[in-house]
Design a protein around this ligand. Sequence first.
Ligand SMILES: Nc1ncnc2c1ncn2[C@@H]1O[C@H](COP(=O)(O)OP(=O)(O)O)[C@@H](O)[C@H]1O
Ligand SMILES: Cc1ncc(C[n+]2csc(CCOP(=O)(O)OP(=O)(O)O)c2C)c(N)n1
Ligand SMILES: [Mg+2]
Length: 311
Amino acid sequence: MKHIGEFQLIKQLTKILEIKDKNVLVGFGDDCACVNVESKKLVFTADIQIENVHFLKDKVKPTQLGWKLISVNVSDVVACGGVPKWAVISIAVPKNINIKWLKEVYEGIKKALDFYKFDIIGGNTSSSSEIIFDLFLTGETEKFVSRSGAKPGDYVFISGHTGLSRAGLELLLMDKKDYEDFEKRLIKTHLEPVARIDLQEKISRYATACIDISDGLVGDLGHISENSKVKIILEKEKIPISADLEKYCKKYNKNPYDYILYGGEDYQLAFTIKKEDIIHFKNEFLIGIVEKGEGIYLDNKKLKEKGFEHI
Ligand SMILES: Nc1ncnc2c1ncn2[C@@H]1O[C@H](COP(=O)(O)OP(=O)(O)O)[C@@H](O)[C@H]1O
Ligand SMILES: Cc1ncc(C[n+]2csc(CCOP(=O)(O)OP(=O)(O)O)c2C)c(N)n1
Ligand SMILES: [Mg+2]
């Protein structure tokens, strides 16, 4: 197959479909779809964890895998301002799967459901040569926060440090006998991300646009820029570097900005707000502004909007 990229592929496929129901407020192209149901707005999302694509079976505890499956989906619901409500799960596993291992994945899932406070209420089981966990999650929101609402003059924020997860993945793949404490913390960020459910209310109330950072900060801000038809200017000086990432980059001679800007699987939120609402975001990081135009800039340099793509 010609290499067209994941997002081009999604565009070509979804063009074949036609959303006819007028109650659908948001279809393809955002973190969640959104549907009017009586006086409520329901949001829908699905994300998957696949062996050798999202995880290596011998490098993750089954409980961590269950936790991550739930977190990555909650992250999309929160990015739309929603509260997670109900989910169904589809699994596909090799016929000779270790049942104890699988039950431990479900223990991790249960722990996450208790933390994020919602239920899985159904699912499906099938076989596959590689392990697949797919979650379909619905949530409720009063106001849908899209990727398309950023306006010139808005501030750009991130909810926390980025780049740590990629450093954690690289450390895991190094297969070291011993890890320093900061390395263990980076690995934990990769294997046990926590979706920013704590920000749900503020996002719902104040964000003019929001996306969860799964494919890398610049790639994902690129979706806000494209959908909102605006230019985003990041100020290098304002983008935070975590102390652990700094240590990692010093030790392994890496450029921290490759991680911060392009890392992926951060599951922090990138969002825009009106300037006057800045008082509500004291613990988050102001990293830039929205202007008329297009593209993502770091100070006055245009950045390549490359993010993680599966295809
Ligand atoms: N195969 C597909 N068919 C229809 N819609 C899809 C498909 N894959 C992704 N989408 C939609 O495309 C958009 C982008 O997907 P994705 O990049 O996976 O979002 P996210 O990073 O928030 O999970 C979403 O609205 C998603 O619902
Ligand atoms: C073994 C392994 N290789 C590579 C990665 C890195 N990786 C896998 S998926 C991904 C991007 C995010 O996942 P995706 O399924 O695209 O989530 P979405 O953007 O749809 O929310 C990254 C950075 C990984 N986690 N594990
Ligand atoms: Mg997805």
